[in-house]
Design a protein around this ligand. Structure first.
Ligand SMILES: C[S@@+](CC[C@H](N)C(=O)[O-])C[C@H]1O[C@@H](n2cnc3c(N)ncnc32)[C@H](O)[C@@H]1O
Length: 218
């Protein structure tokens, strides 16, 4: 099995159990997700894509916030997508939200969803830190944006607002769950702004528990 195959197999094993209590448990540590949904500023008619949508917790909320938006979600784990599909059915949102099993690094509006143009909004919510190489997914997300579109990311930061021992413990715990904060992601986003390719807004959530980045290509 290659690295990607092993990654997907891990996700299905891990989430095969976790998906049953995922939405309840994650509210206690995946901070800033609602802030991201508001920051997206989704307008009627917008097409929105979530990379690594998991149980579709975010897409269900977004679809309720803006019923005239069209939402799409991809995830590598078929286990997570089972829970996501159940949730959409329960909320009667199957027509407004389309889900596909795909790797973030391979998503293309045409090939993945049969769309002729890109998305007005693309976002990652605590998924980029779980992807083995963040470069491919980030590049794919930027290429999926329609002109004038916006990319947003909420994810674990460096816990700089917490005592050192606690920050180290949190990082170790995340590492054991295959979650990694890569400072290079933020350096890359800052680089895009410095070179004039995008405008970046970077905010801290809960004393650098997480960052919320909004990137608008120029
Ligand atoms: C921590 S969960 C976050 C789920 C959701 N975004 C949320 O905010 O609740 C991370 C998700 O990313 C997915 N994922 C990890 N690597 C992926 C990849 N390379 N391509 C697509 N999805 C991936 C996992 O299967 C999982 O559902």
């Amino acid at each position: 099995m290659n690295d990607i195959g092993a990654h997907v197999a891990f996700l299905d094993r891990y989430y095969g159990r976790q998906r049953r209590f995922y939405d309840f448990s994650r509210r206690f540590f995946l901070f800033g997700r609602n802030r991201l949904l508001h920051a997206l500023d989704v307008q009627p008619g917008h097409r929105v894509l979530e990379m690594g949508c998991g149980t579709a917790r975010n897409l269900r909320k977004l679809a309720a916030m803006q019923p005239a938006a069209v939402c799409y979600g991809i995830d590598a784990s078929s286990e997570m997508l089972l829970t996501a599909a159940d949730g959409l059915r329960a909320d009667g949102l199957e027509r407004q939200v389309t889900l596909k099993r795909a790797l973030a690094e391979e998503v293309r509006p045409g090939r993945t969803f049969g769309l002729e143009r890109g998305f007005d909004r693309v976002f990652f919510s605590y998924s980029l830190s779980m992807m083995p190489d963040w470069r491919g997914p980030l590049q794919a997300a930027l290429e999926c944006l329609a002109p004038g579109g916006k990319l947003a990311i909420v994810d674990f930061w460096d816990f700089a607002g917490y005592p050192g021992w606690l920050a180290r413990r949190l990082h170790r715990r995340l590492h054991n769950h295959h979650v990694h904060f890569e400072p290079a992601v933020l350096e890359h986003l800052r680089g895009l702004e410095k070179s004039g390719k995008a405008v970046l807004q970077l905010r801290s959530v809960a004393r650098r528990w997480a960052y919320l980045a909004e990137l608008t290509p120029t």
